[in-house]
Design a protein around this ligand. Structure first.
Ligand SMILES: Cc1ncc(COP(=O)(O)O)c(C=O)c1O
Length: 458
């Protein structure tokens, strides 16, 4: 990416615009604001998951159709949040509805295997190139199982993870997710910081944190803990601080390094799988790891998760030496929706469409950035994209520390006030698109972004 000259953003102006936009938003969400009080009488915080409530207030949804959702106040939005990236099939897609309805009439749960397994398994082998698969119900479960497999097969305990990657809310990996810059320690050896209270401090000793995109520091970690590292879990493209792509050679380099040290490589494709390309990051970057974890998009909008791995890694599971189990694993509703999503909706053609929509978003936002000389650039592929508010390329979490969150909050408010629903704002502005998104939906996003860019540039 060429470095462009950019203006310095006036944060006082940003603060002023935030107040204006918040004042416009609040009256549109009276029912949501009131309902939160009602729900909070019996539901902790009034929401089902902590990340469903972010400033300025939680927004409760009534329904969705195609690329649109409606909140309980009746506001209509083009949805670029898409349930944290799970709804790449679009809302209420007829093929998914049909599959779920058909299965619901035939029974929704048996805790016995059903005959969707082979079709889904073959589809995933085709996409991700790994020979064996198992199913679960969330990304959290998938990464939990991936870590356990790597530990079981190597007989080692230590796991490497990347600073500021999120792999779900279990105690094995919920470290250094949004780490406090004051506590992160030196780049050469980041501190392993629990993300929430309640994670035993001793678990941190089993996880070593490394920066993204730096093979040298992975090599150093492996050498310092020779014979102790079971494997590394990595988002092949980081997606929790904007979309950060791997530099050339990074993923293959990781695989080679880890194998040289008798350890495994797991790609957490919970966000990239089913979104960035037909074969996810494996296809996009041309590297097949030892394990892939999936969830979100592959389930067509129902709770889902999957783990793919080599025969070696699945050996103890196949032999029965190690249980990988769950009451709802392979649930028939999940399998029906997943089968329809993978074989009928998220086909190879779907990714041609998603890349066309990405092109409109990327070109439009880049044009606005250039016109107003913003310190920002656009990244992404397929259904996933982001505006990164930095004048220079961001390669890892620490490059984002100086970015002021008020800018992305304001970008979020501009979109929300102009009919575009986005995932809760963070330091970067990310979007997900679906097969139901049309060129006009992308143009709406771009028009709002242009208005935002003009406003902050002053
Ligand atoms: C990369 C990644 N892995 C795992 C997870 C956890 O998935 P889930 O929320 O389905 O448990 C997430 C959730 O956002 C994620 O982004």
């Amino acid at each position: 990416m060429a470095v462009r000259e950019s203006v310095e953003l006036d944060l006082a102006r940003v603060d002023h615009l935030i107040s204006e936009e918040e004042a416009k938003l609040e009256p549109k969400h009276r029912s949501s604001i009131e309902y939160k009080q009602v729900a909070a009488r019996t539901v902790a915080g009034g929401v089902a998951s902590s990340w469903q409530d972010s400033p300025p207030h939680a927004i409760y949804i009534d329904r969705g159709q195609g690329s649109r959702i409606w909140d309980i106040d009746g506001n209509e939005y083009v949805d670029f949040h898409l349930g944290y990236g799970a709804m790449v099939v679009g809302h209420a897609h007829p093929k998914i509805v049909e599959a779920i309805e058909r299965q619901a009439r035939r029974g929704t749960h048996f805790a016995q295997p059903t005959k969707d397994l082979d079709v889904i398994g073959e589809n995933l082998v085709d996409r991700f190139g790994l020979p064996l698969w198992r199913f679960c119900n969330s990304g959290t479960e998938a990464t939990l199982e991936a870590v356990r497999l790597m530990r079981a097969v190597t007989g080692r305990d230590l796991i490497l993870k990347v600073e500021a990657s999120y792999h779900g809310h279990h105690d094995s990996l919920m470290f250094s997710v949004v780490p406090d810059p004051a506590e992160i320690g030196p780049r050469k050896h980041p501190v392993t910081l629990p993300q929430v209270p309640g994670i035993p401090a001793s678990f941190a000793e089993l996880v070593r944190v490394v920066p993204f995109n730096d093979l040298g520091l992975v090599e150093r970690a492996l050498a310092e803990s020779e014979g102790k590292v079971a494997g590394m879990i990595v988002e092949p493209a980081m997606m929790n601080c904007g979309v950060i792509f791997p530099v050339d050679g990074y993923l293959q380099g990781l695989k080679d390094l880890l194998h040289r040290h008798g350890a495994f490589l797991a790609f957490d494709e919970v966000k990239t799988g089913g979104t960035v390309a037909y074969g996810g990051a494996v296809e996009l970057f041309g590297v097949t790891p030892d394990i892939v974890t999936l969830a979100k998009a592959i389930g067509g909008g129902v709770p889902c998760g999957a783990i793919g791995a080599t025969e070696e890694l699945f050996g103890p599971v196949v032999s029965g030496e190690m249980d990988m189990a769950g009451t709802f694993n392979g649930n028939p509703l999940t399998m029906a929706a997943t089968r329809a999503a993978l074989t009928q909706v998220l086909t190879k053609d779907a990714y041609v469409h998603l890349n066309q929509i990405h092109g409109i978003l990327a070109e439009g936002c880049t044009a606005a950035i250039e016109k107003h000389r913003l310190p920002a650039y656009v990244t992404g592929a397929g259904a996933k994209g982001s505006v990164i508010y930095s004048a220079t390329p961001v390669r890892e979490y620490r490059d984002t520390i100086g970015i002021d969150e008020r800018i992305t909050y304001l970008a979020w408010l501009f979109q929300q006030n102009r009919g575009v629903f986005k995932s809760p704002w963070s330091k970067q502005e990310t979007w997900t698109t679906s097969v139901a998104h049309a060129a006009d939906d992308a143009r709406r996003y771009v028009a709002n972004f242009e208005e935002f860019a003009a406003a902050i540039a002053g």
